[in-house]
Design a protein around this ligand. Structure first.
Ligand code: DON
Length: 574
């Protein structure tokens, strides 16, 4: 009997070790089957959790943690799978920000934002008459900044436990055998078909003779080969050698300006996160070149002295106050924020209590301020992106927002390499006062310069309560990102909501200019009516915006995990 028990436990131990070491878990009928998967919106997990824009990406992240990886491993593997199954925004040809906290309290901010090529110049998008040609900053070869994602993933690797070979294999497998399209994915590929054909110089996997329909399989052989080169040669498999040559050849065929030196010299940078208190919680978010952390700090601190919880969820009082904070913070964004390596960003002043109090000194709770009267503060001191939230059993929290900028970026697929390039150059201020694709305006602080990183709104965020991990959150959505993270945090802290409710509630957005409030269709009609009487103008956006991914860590360390109701976003964990 004893012998039998010993044999059985040896077998079970063997199976456990084998499962942990077996990284070929993707395939037809395997643990993760790219031909059969379902969306899971909300779940509570005992140990580790991932929320991302695609079920396969979240499942791979969770499987990696099950095999001994931590939240950093999961974040790397999840991003690589998103580059395969979520081409609208998941990417290796774009850039992003990773924000993390380790169990010892160490904060990590990795900036792998794209940078302007060495041949870029301040007026590169102006015609002879000085008019901005936004078509050039938004589509095609000239729209791309130097991609940062692969450098970012390799800058993350020292915090991870597994090898890149293990973390990249699921993405290679899915690109090789293909994955089944959901209805939304088929529609989005059909919608972008003409643009990809126009802006790419060679045939791509995304365009075929017949239209895509739900249930079709998308195979990406060239992308698989590019990922294989990265697996073999590390970041040099992207920035040098064959992949780099393919990028340069694509640039030459399409009159782009990214050079071999641009690729070789690109590096990810560490940034000290923005860190502040809001109602006894510690909020950690991303520093410039993202505007997200500063906007979030300004908006939350502007409303902190008001009893928002007593005002109630989306009542006239609470929404009016929150809009006025949004208006003032975005005025500062336009004037003061840019890449800190090229522009002195007055971070301390912008987020100081005295400055915030002064910014709200002309706030009138009974009527709408007028944006043309609100200037940026005087400082004396010198649709598509994607987010993933990960938390593991050891207490690591990782929050990543990554992007090609617009849906499918520049719409240029690198011939022979199978991936889309970003159109991030449009996030620069192409001409002072001229709005970019998100309606954002800017000036000198965000003017184009070779090597400079364009100002972002991406706001990967962490919240601590009683100095312990509490919330991992973030979202895509261009300039609506900071206001969406802001509202979700207020929903959790002031209105005591669980993370799923907090992210699914209708949203409102004001960004200084245009001077109106954008609302989702299901926004409270009574509040809207009352605010109209006070002078607010509303624009209703038919499709919702910002697909937020959140995890809230409960006192018993269980992970309350939610993926936004607005897409195929999905959670996984164990
Ligand atoms: O960095 C930024 O702010 C933009 N490039 C983000 C774009 C975005 O979120 C589009 N998503 N819907």
């Amino acid at each position: 009997m004893r012998k039998l028990i010993l044999t059985l436990s040896a077998i079970s131990l063997f199976i456990q070790v084998w499962a942990q070491n077996n990284f070929s878990f993707v395939g037809a009928g395997k643990e993760i089957d790219p031909y059969h998967y379902t969306v899971v919106k909300r779940a509570e997990f005992k140990q580790a959790a991932v929320s991302s824009a695609h079920p396969l990406a979240s499942m791979v992240g969770a499987a990696i943690m099950k095999r001994g990886g931590n939240a950093f491993d999961a974040a790397i593997a999840t991003q690589l799978v998103l580059a395969v199954v979520y081409p609208v925004a998941g990417n290796i040809g774009g850039g992003g920000f990773l924000l993390a906290r380790k169990p010892n309290g160490e904060l990590i901010g990795i900036d792998y934002r794209e940078a302007a090529p060495e041949k870029a110049s301040r007026d590169m998008y102006l015609d002879k008459a000085g008019n901005a040609q936004m078509n050039l900053s938004q589509s095609g070869h000239l729209a791309s900044g130097i991609p940062g994602t692969i450098a970012g993933l390799f800058a993350t690797l020292p915090y991870a436990k597994l090898k890149i070979e293990q973390l990249i294999q699921p993405a290679i497998d899915i690109a090789t055998i293909g994955y089944v399209l959901t209805e939304k994915e088929a529609a989005s590929l059909n919608g972008i078909r003409d643009a990809i054909t126009k802006f790419s110089t060679q045939p791509t996997a995304f365009v075929r003779t017949e239209k895509w329909k739900v249930g079709d399989t998308l195979v990406q052989k060239e992308l698989a080969a590019t990922l294989e080169r990265i697996k073999q040669n590390g970041a040099r498999g992207f920035y040098e050698g064959k992949t780099a040559e393919l990028i340069i050849a694509e640039m030459q065929r399409g009159n782009g300006i990214i050079s071999i030196n641009d690729l070789k010299n690109y590096t990810a940078k560490l940034r000290k996160p923005i860190n502040f208190k809001y109602r006894n919680h510690e909020i950690i978010s991303f520093a410039p070149p993202s505007s997200g952390g500063i906007l979030l700090a300004q908006m939350l601190k502007m409303i902190e002295k008001y009893p928002v919880s007593k005002f109630g969820f989306q009542t006239t009082k609470s929404v009016q106050l929150m809009i006025e904070a949004e208006r003032r913070a975005y005025a500062d964004r336009a004037e003061h924020l840019g890449d800190p390596d090229y522009w002195k960003v007055p971070v301390k002043t912008l987020t100081s209590d005295a400055y915030i109090a002064k910014r709200m000194s002309d706030y009138d709770p009974n009527k709408a301020s007028v944006s043309s009267n609100i200037k940026a503060g005087d400082i004396k001191e010198s649709e598509e992106t994607t987010h993933l939230s990960v938390a593991d059993a050891q207490g690591n929290m990782v929050s990543v927002t990554t992007t090609l900028n617009g849906p499918f970026g520049s719409k240029t697929v690198v011939g022979g390499a199978g991936f889309l390039l970003n159109n991030e150059m449009d996030d620069f201020s192409v001409k002072p006062g001229v709005a970019n694709m998100y309606g954002a305006i800017g000036g000198e602080a965000n003017a184009i310069q070779p090597g400079k990183r364009m100002l972002s709104s991406m706001t990967p965020t962490l919240v601590l309560k009683d100095n312990k991990p509490y919330v991992v959150i973030g979202t895509p959505g261009g300039t609506t990102i900071p206001t969406s993270v802001y509202q979700a945090i207020v929903n959790i802290i002031d209105h005591d909501m669980n993370v799923g409710d907090a992210i699914d509630k209708p949203k409102f957005h004001h960004q200084w200019f245009p001077d109106n409030v954008t609302i989702e269709q299901d926004f409270n009609p009574e509040t809207k009516k009352e605010l109209e009487k006070m002078g607010y103008k509303f624009v209703e956006r038919k499709n919702g915006w910002c697909k937020i991914e959140g995890i809230r860590i409960l006192p018993n360390k269980r992970k309350e995990t939610a993926a936004d109701r607005r897409g195929d976003d999905s959670v996984a964990g164990f």
